[in-house]
Design a protein around this ligand. Sequence first.
Ligand SMILES: C[S@@+](CC[C@H](N)C(=O)[O-])C[C@H]1O[C@@H](n2cnc3c(N)ncnc32)[C@H](O)[C@@H]1O
Length: 384
Amino acid sequence: MTTSDAAALRRELADRLAAEGLLRSPSWRAAVEAVPRELFLGQAVFRFETDETKPPWTPVRRSDADEPAWLAMAYADRTWVTQVEDVPADRAEGPLDGAPTSSSSLPGLVVGMLEDLDVHEGHSVLEIATGTGYSTALLCHRLGAEAVTSVEIDPRVAERARRALHAIGQHPRLVVGDGFGGADTGADYDRIIATCSWRYLPQPWLYQVDTGAKILLTLSGWMDANAQVMLEVDEAGTAQGRFLPGYRSFMMARSHQPPPHGPVFFPPGADEHPTDVGPELLDDWTGRFLAQLAAPAAQHIGNAAETLLWDVVTGSQARVRADAQGPRVAQHGPVRLWDAVEEAAAAWRSAGRPHISAFGMTATPSEQRVWLGSPEGPTWRLPV
Ligand SMILES: C[S@@+](CC[C@H](N)C(=O)[O-])C[C@H]1O[C@@H](n2cnc3c(N)ncnc32)[C@H](O)[C@@H]1O
């Protein structure tokens, strides 16, 4: 396989993304056709394998694959996990259990977001979550490295990204630290894009943008529901905008992860009563997001027989299970978690159960809320 074969694979990737409507402009096409993704994957990635006899995250080394197969992997439109529980794929001695802690995101997802970001010549961009540096490289190609600042919390991941970016001659400003703080209070970024998700908009970002700036945020939470919102900042420093169509998600920022917990058991003897909102609400993309808005400090702990919400702050619990008579709920503790979910579900039902793109978000330095329909519509405060 030669350099020109890799270039051909990049063109094919660009064609596929264009056919799916994700790649829409010549300038981003030029970036996709120029940036060698294989360089950003390093020497190994993890593949998820469902063989019950061993842990699922299986390292695949470049040296074990033939070069054409490796390049075909690099230019597949798929996410390649590069680190699991902070072990990089090239240091894993065998398959691992646990959660991915860094990856090269799906090119279609990254490119679709970059198109949505609506950048123009002369814009300066703050990227949160450098990861492998692939998306940083696309930004550098599009705007020039001097316009790009990228923040990564994991020093080893950041160092690998720095080396890959330098290898292709790109020298953006790379910051190692918690992206919650953004980079440089008083900076005037035109755009902020985050490729990890957050429970709310980190407030420091509001002090690092100018009027008219756009912030593309993936909002997530402790029920693992995700939705992307495009916020625009007005003269008063308020960021407001609507959630985007589609179904995009990202790993959660380390600083917003839920606290670990041991086994959680619902206390015996609680009163159980029928509810018109069954556990299947959490199987729906928007329904789950809504439940997360209604009970923002609750974690979802489920099994096949029952759904359990557990509020980390107060210890309150809600248990929902369905039988032939329909769904029934039992609640325990000071916060009536399922009452809040039922109330949110009622507002959503009366609006016709729309996709999350019917919702919007408003963020000021002191308060953040998500609303349905318009800022005057039903509202849920984010856990700022
Ligand atoms: C999905 S990857 C980013 C993908 C990357 N943009 C790419 O194209 O390769 C998510 C990254 O977010 C980083 N991360 C997690 N929490 C963070 C935080 N609080 N601040 C900055 N980076 C964070 C992780 O270490 C991980 O490398």
